[in-house]
Design a protein around this ligand. Structure first.
Ligand SMILES: Nc1ncnc2c1ncn2[C@@H]1O[C@H](COP(=O)(O)OP(=O)(O)OP(=O)(O)O)[C@@H](O)[C@H]1O
Length: 311
């Protein structure tokens, strides 16, 4: 395979992987730009982690090829690994070491010349000043996660893998975390992140939706919404529960979903959807508006379509 252009961090073609005779990633091709934040979404067990691990040589594909940071994902896995920071779902630092001790330990492990200085700098960057002597195990969830981010970026990786990094973290801490990720990406770090949160997907430069081993959609959020070709109506007013019940499963109606005080009704066959909803639109007490589908509408519709193919 030819060496990827310098502004491309990852380029892979036809990646396939099976475990125990079951294919969990099927013929996946994709490209990730350097300095971008690339989000992976999809149902549990759909192959996101397996994909991310293959993209950076942590796992060898059964077939397919590609490059990561200019290295071959099959032949140069060791070289890639040295450039990768990996933050897993589980807190993997020493609970009974302090914030400073943990960071110094990581710095030494990676051969950073002045480990105390590197740890000090990271403590400042993460806003952990004043907490440096606190035991890692005594930090709140949000601070633990910041420390984990600090530890995996301290060796200055070029690629950062984040596996559901904000599961169980409060909204303020999540926002701070994402601001930090954007800061790192602006400095040139490429970030691959798996998430189940729609608001996080919307904060990625590009996203990929993987279901049951297949890459079903990818691009910017706007591109993924546009590709879906889904027509969506947003209905507000009274009796939305009954309306949802009446419309579910009717011709042209692929999805009915309540969103707060409104109901989203979506379908791919625009003509059939229009015909079905026509008699309902003149009802008093309900207001219909043609709206853009949300990312969640698109993902739920994609998922409902593929589950049948998989089972
Ligand atoms: N080392 C392994 N050996 C056997 N099966 C595996 C291995 N790693 C993953 N799998 C299986 O492959 C499938 C895909 O797993 P993967 O972790 O990639 O999914 P995921 O989309 O990241 O899931 P989640 O959202 O739950 O983290 C699952 O059925 C999982 O059990």
């Amino acid at each position: 395979m030819t060496v990827a252009a310098p502004d491309i961090a990852i380029e892979v073609k036809g990646l396939t992987k099976s475990f125990n005779g079951r294919e969990v990633v099927h013929d996946l091709s994709m490209q990730v730009k350097r300095g971008s934040i690339y989000g992976f979404l999809g149902p549990n067990g759909s192959g996101k982690t397996t994909t991310i691990r293959m993209l950076c040589g942590l796992l060898t594909p059964d077939s397919g090829e590609g490059t990561c940071l200019g290295f071959d994902i099959r032949r140069d896995a060791d070289k890639i690994k040295r450039q990768v920071g990996y933050m897993t779902q589980r807190f993997s630092l020493y609970q009974d070491l302090s914030v400073r001790e943990n960071l110094e330990f990581v710095a030494r492990l990676y051969g950073v010349r002045d480990a105390p200085a590197a740890a000090r700098e990271m403590i400042g960057r993460l806003g952990l000043s004043g907490r440096e002597n606190q035991l890692a195990g005594e930090l709140s969830g949000g601070w633990k996660q910041r420390l984990a981010l600090g530890a995996c970026t301290l060796p200055n990786p070029q690629l950062l893998l984040l596996d559901e990094p904000t599961a169980g973290v409060d909204p303020k801490a999540r926002r701070d975390f994402w601001n930090e990720i954007h800061g790192l990406a602006a400095e040139g770090l490429t970030v691959l992140v798996s998430t189940h949160y729609m608001d996080e997907a919307e904060r990625c430069h590009e996203i990929a939706y993987i279901a049951y081993g297949n890459l079903l959609a990818h691009g910017t959020v706007d591109e993924v919404i546009a590709q879906s070709a889904l027509a969506t109506y947003v209905v507000t007013g009274e009796g939305l529960g009954a309306l949802a019940h009446e419309l579910a499963g009717r011709s042209g109606v692929d999805m009915v979903a309540p969103f707060g005080t409104s109901l989203h009704i979506s379908g791919r066959d625009h003509a059939a959807l229009e015909a079905t909803i026509a008699p309902y639109r003149s009802r008093t007490g309900q207001h219909w508006q043609h709206g853009a589908p949300s990312l969640e509408d698109v993902f739920i519709e994609l998922m409902s379509r593929t589950r049948d193919n998989f089972q």
